[in-house]
Design a protein around this ligand. Structure first.
Ligand code: CO
Length: 213
């Protein structure tokens, strides 16, 4: 990797942006007003804005290994609170991807050091859906399905967060969306999850409404 190239690329990018709009960066500096919080995988093949055709300023982004929503993750919590309470995003997207290394690791238990506790959340997703997953004999199909089920569970996890529920009950937003990016074709797939219906099944356990301030 020639780092000099990166800075040359940056200069070319500035020239390209200002050629069509000379005040591009002036406008960008004024602030951000994204409508979407995107939570995706850190995988280098899954570049958030690129695959959506979005521009700087349009998406608030959080990425981690296997796009997990872990309630004790202070980074995730800070990002979510800021997005919901201050940026007032209308949508939260959890975007997984096929061929995800984190998911693959969760399918094949082994000691991975520091990654063990992180991957445990994925193994919990497997346990929650073990009957369905163990009934799939084709390994690739099973792998793909765990990617999808992980997105579904992380959509559930984001609604469990108090900041999200507070905004949700007050305004009806954010809406939660579960997507999967297929690195094999480049296609972005909406899983069309009925997140509100799914949450209603577990509302008795996770609904904070009576105590929200
Ligand atoms: Co991944």
């Amino acid at each position: 990797m020639d780092f000099k190239t990166i800075f040359e690329n940056n200069c070319a990018w500035i020239a390209q942006k200002t050629e069509s709009d000379p005040s591009y960066f002036e406008k960008l500096a004024k602030g951000q007003n994204p409508e979407i919080l995107y939570i995706g995988c850190s995988d280098s093949r899954v570049t958030a804005e690129d695959l959506m055709g979005m521009q700087p300023g349009e998406v608030f982004i959080h990425r981690n290994v296997a796009n997990l929503v872990v309630s004790t993750d202070s980074n995730l919590n800070a990002v979510t609170q800021y997005a919901v309470q201050y940026l007032k995003v209308k949508h939260i997207v959890i975007c997984g991807h096929y061929e995800c290394g984190g998911i693959k690791a969760a399918l094949h238990p082994s000691d991975m050091g520091q990654l063990n506790s992180w991957l445990q959340t994925l193994r919990d997703v497997y346990r929650l859906h073990q009957a369905e997953l163990d009934a799939i004999t084709n390994e690739q199909v099973k792998f793909d399905r765990l990617v999808e089920l992980n997105v579904q569970e992380q959509c559930m996890n984001i609604i469990k967060i108090d900041h999200v529920q507070r905004a949700w009950y007050a305004t009806g937003f954010p809406r939660i969306h579960g997507w999967v990016f297929d690195v094999r074709t480049g296609r972005l797939k909406d899983l069309e999850l009925k997140v509100e219906e799914l949450f209603s099944e577990i509302r008795g356990i996770y609904d904070l409404k009576p105590n929200l301030t």
